[in-house]
Ligand binder design. Sequence first.
Ligand code: NDP
Length: 335
Amino acid sequence: NRRILLARRPKGAPVPEDFRFEEAPLPELAEGEVLVRHRFLSLDPYQRGRMDDARSYAKPVEIGGVMECQAVGQVAASRDARFKDGDWVLGGFGWQTHSARPGKALIAIDPQDAAPSTALGVLGMPGLTAWVGLKDIGEPKQGETLVVSAASGAVGQVVGQLGKIAGCRVVGIAGGARKCAYLMDELGFDAAVDHKGDLGAQLDAACPGGVDVYWENVGGAVQAAVFPRFNNFGRMVMCGMIAQYNTAAGADAVGAAPGPNLGPVVRKRLRIQGFIVGDTGWKRYAEFRAELLGHIAAGRLRYREDIVQGLDAAPDAFIGLLQGRNFGKLLVALD
Ligand code: NDP
């Protein structure tokens, strides 16, 4: 079992030395446990938070502990009657090639429905995040303008397309011409804004009627540019602020990132609400999966994955995720 451990807590942006590789024997199975051979690991921005020893909604990874992630894999041995060799499963397995888990902690996935990797992206945690946040907080309505940041990424691409399905004018913000072209040409967004260019001028052109829903994935300068363009009764869905995950001061420190003047919240009756997908998301997973499978089958929902090969590629790919190097849902494929 080859695995990647947290060697030390990063100071600012993670570097390769923050990770350590280790070979360990395959785990022995206790009654009720299943040995899973991992096929795809999911690299996600929240894993940066797990590397810090800060108070959060989840415990940090210990120094010397296996880096946390969700993964899909195939059963290699089973002492749980519900699972047999070769079955595809989803679980919280960590950055490693194999793991032993109680069968009751696994979700079975049907590879006939969709490619197994989608259980980590469009049909998994990121897609569920988009679906829950829009339903519960964004509440997009026909004719409204929805702006989404990190729009070509795992969460953003689903948010924007669900916004289109709801009848919104959808504006995606992304880094660079390739990602912006993808939003327009492949996903059918109404406008794309490159955050490496003049944000204010591009947003004015893209949102002539102002902004009704802003899906926040990024924070920082992007947030500061979108915020003054809210219409009355606008909703800001606080999903994440990746631009400040590497700030040495700690993401929650006052002044860690520039923020908008909150004065207009009262005058414009804005609603700003944060959420964590796990709060209610997994209880509603079956409904979500059925709905999104329907959209995919009907050609209304597309998805893009960015797959790197081999466990050893994980640290560098993760470092790149926090710099915008990924283009779509970032996954590590294991042989
Ligand atoms: P993405 O696939 O969108 O990848 C991250 C993207 O963020 C990059 O590709 C890049 O896109 C952008 N980015 C990275 N660093 C910066 C920066 N410094 N400034 C501006 N943009 C940057 O990731 P996910 O879709 O998995 O996650 C998106 C957001 O959703 C994150 O904030 C994440 O923490 C949050 N999240 C929250 C959940 C919840 O329960 N609340 C659950 C899941 C995710 P670009 O090149 O376009 O700038």
